[in-house]
Design a protein around this ligand. Structure first.
Ligand code: NAD
Length: 353
């Protein structure tokens, strides 16, 4: 693997490899672009098969964070931490504190928060060693409900774009993964009168949404082919691929998962199939926006954070319109809008103060 070549191709600034023998910590922190501000992105704890897989994940996820924060109008760059470990077995106080010290050593270039496999309780331990940790329990807390709100607003925007009304009464939404984000999303959708079809690999999670929201259930392998208005990936990335594309039977793809397109050309394929894709890094920007507001000079305000998250609807409308006007897929339109902001704000740094 040619790491510097990969960094050059993807536009990364830095990768930090962090190792602590005593706690067994093996972490990789990738900083993609700090033009707009410090690189903020959660830390993922995952049992990667290979170190190469972990590096690629950190690089891809941190790049996504740059675009996400740029598109949300936040003064943040993109970063991501990954810890190679099993989140059910390998957590310890010394591991989190060692990680916190490594985060601190970057001097604020990287700010961490929760991601898959990490919780507000874990972040509380990290925060004992560094001020550069967000999503804390006594502040904005778990970002998942904020992410779910943003996805809900994004689904409304997509339906409004197609049908002229954001009313979701009777809209069929197939949700893949009803964990921290998926469950809260089901709650919003149920309140709005949508019909839910859900899948998860854990029976208890499925039972909870059936009981609480009267959802129908699909087998995890069958969720792609469910006839619905909206397919909402809220579990894994790379779910839009050569195998799933022919199965899709929806008008919209709009969910929380990061890196939904396995390859960029799968975004083009969605467009060719006439499926409206609410670009992942825009629709799932609610969580980072919520954490960002922790660092607001006036302190965290849920009201201000959620007002900003509601803006995901307007941003998606802009992307859908750009996509149509310029005859390009929505993921390309979204990247253009994000890059334009990074370039414009980067330019003002030439003004000496
Ligand atoms: P989570 O781990 O709480 O939930 C994911 C759920 O998906 C779990 O219930 C899991 O059992 C289920 N799942 C896993 N594989 C599945 C499969 N093959 N089919 C069906 N279900 C499956 O994670 P989360 O915090 O809810 O995040 C969901 C996704 O959204 C992730 O991809 C995450 O990276 C992304 N995301 C989350 C946030 C956030 O604030 N939590 C923010 C941005 C993006």
């Amino acid at each position: 693997m040619e790491v510097f070549e990969l960094m050059s191709d993807m536009g990364h600034e830095q990768i930090a490899f962090c190792y602590d023998k005593v706690s067994g910590l093996k972490a990789i922190i990738a900083i993609h672009d700090t033009t707009l501000g410090p690189a903020l992105g959660g830390t993922r704890m995952w049992n990667y098969d290979t170190e190469e897989e972990a590096i690629v994940d950190a690089l891809r996820l941190s790049q996504g964070m740059t675009y996400k924060s740029a598109a949300m109008g936040l003064n943040l760059g993109g970063g991501k931490g990954v810890i190679i470990a099993d989140s059910r077995k390998d957590k310890s106080e010394e591991l989190w504190r060692a990680y916190g010290r490594f985060v601190d050593s970057l001097g604020g270039r990287y700010i961490t928060a929760e991601d898959v496999g990490t919780s507000p309780e874990d972040l509380a331990i990290v925060a004992e060693e560094t001020e550069f940790a967000g999503g804390l329990m006594h502040k904005s807390g778990d970002p998942s409900p904020a992410t779910a709100y943003g996805v809900f607003v994004g689904i409304q925007a997509a339906i409004e774009h197609l049908d002229g009304s954001s009313d979701l009464t009777g809209t069929k939404v197939a949700i893949q993964g009803v964990g921290s984000v998926g469950y809260v999303l089901c709650d919003y959708l149920h309140d709005a009168g949508a019909e839910l079809i859900v899948s998860d690999i854990y029976e208890d999670k499925v039972e909870r949404v059936v009981r609480d929201f009267g959802a129908e259930v699909a087998d995890p392998d069958d969720i792609y082919g469910v006839a619905c208005d909206v397919y909402s990936p809220c579990a894994l990335g790379a779910v839009i691929n050569d195998t799933t594309l022919p199965q899709l039977n929806c008008r919209v793809v709009a969910g929380a998962a990061n890196n939904q397109l396995e390859e960029r050309h799968h975004g083009d394929a969605l467009r060719q199939k006439g499926i409206l894709y609410a670009t992942d890094f825009v629709i799932n920007g609610g969580g980072v926006t919520n954490v960002y507001h922790e660092f607001h000079p006036g302190g965290y305000s849920k009201e201000l954070a959620y007002k900003k998250i509601a803006g995901i609807g307007g941003q998606l409308h802009r992307i859908f319109e750009t996509s149509e006007k310029e005859d390009i897929p929505t993921h390309v339109a979204a990247e253009r809008i994000a890059r334009a902001r990074i370039e414009a704000i980067g330019q003002i740094q030439r003004i000496r103060v």
